[in-house]
Design a protein around this ligand. Structure first.
Ligand code: AIR
Ligand code: ASP
Length: 283
């Protein structure tokens, strides 16, 4: 394949120019960083699992009417997405106290919040992604009030949906981070869509029974077995067979590709069905 043009390289992903205008290829690396890039490691297979998990969750969200940048997965580590202009805001939704909320406010970890909480962070590595208010967003023009309303409305729906989905498989959704992007239509109309990824890199997920942490906190807090946590989540979601696809740091590439292909075929079939809904049978 001809060398592709890199649009942007982030800490955990690379964006390449896509095959058609308005598309981008999102490549998932195995690199993990924490504390604004201060702590670094390579976790073999993380990119493969995040690609699968995020493709799956984005497809599910799209199916309940939440517009996303996701088009389809391409292979083990890559997915085709729409090209968006990223809004420089991170929306964090919290159901249970953890992480920076506990540090900042002295709330005990694990405490259920009276109601889910939305926080905003300004996406700026040089400043360590500082916490901001709605007023900052509007005052500095990072997003218009109506864009903000739309993002918040989507964030609540995502939280409702994912809470149900994860509790159905025995996991607690503690918190997560969302990013959104702008797309302009043919007639200049603006669409706000969910972008980036939804994976254990940006969600906190705890086992409902044991309370065990299964997400990137295993890396942040040196709990060990990081990839095992991610695999467990993928397994519970039904994306990989029991026993996983990564053992002793090496990936069963054939199996990973095959599972991805199956999921793609199913997604294509679903897409066809939604274009040509099966005719109701006569009683
Ligand atoms: N997050 C925030 N910035 C980067 C990421 N990945 C995610 C964390 C966590 C939530 O946002 O993974 O799920 C809240 O993070 P924190 O550190 O503010 O408690
Ligand atoms: N990924 C971010 C970083 O490198 C934040 C985090 O996930 O902890 O710092």
């Amino acid at each position: 394949m001809a060398r592709r043009k890199t649009i942007y390289e982030g800490k955990a992903k690379i964006l390449y120019e896509g095959p058609e205008p308005g598309t981008v290829i999102q490549y998932f690396k195995d690199d993990a960083t924490a504390f604004n890039g201060e702590k670094k490691a390579v976790i073999a297979g993380k990119g493969v699992l995040n690609n699968r998990i995020s493709s799956h969750l984005m497809t599910k969200l799209e199916a309940i009417g939440i517009p996303t940048h996701f088009i389809r997965s391409i292979n083990m580590r890559e997915q085709l997405v729409r090209r968006v202009e990223i809004i420089p805001i991170e929306l964090v939704v919290r159901n249970i106290a953890a992480g920076s909320l506990c540090k900042r406010l002295g709330v005990p970890e694990g405490e259920y919040l009276r109601k889910p909480l939305i926080e905003y962070y300004y996406k700026k590595d040089e400043l360590g992604d500082p916490l901001i208010s709605e007023d900052h967003i509007v005052t500095f023009g990072w997003a218009d009030p109506y864009e903000l309303d739309e993002m918040v409305a989507m964030a609540w729906r995502v939280n409702d949906y994912l809470n149900g989905l994860f509790s159905g498989i025995g996991l607690k959704l503690v918190d997560f981070k969302l990013e959104f992007g702008r797309i302009w239509g043919e007639h200049g109309e603006l669409y706000i869509v969910l972008a980036d990824e939804i994976s254990p890199d940006n969600c906190r997920l705890w086992d409902e029974k044991t309370g065990e942490k299964l997400d990137k906190d295993r890396f942040r807090q040196d709990l060990g077995d990081v990839i095992e946590g991610y695999q467990y989540i993928a397994e519970r979601l039904g994306l990989i067979p029991e026993g996983g696809i990564i053992k002793g740091g090496s990936i069963n590439e054939q199996l990973a590709e095959k599972l991805g292909q199956i999921e793609n075929e199913l997604a294509q079939r679903r897409a066809l069905q939604s274009i040509n809904p099966p005719k109701p049978r006569k009683a």
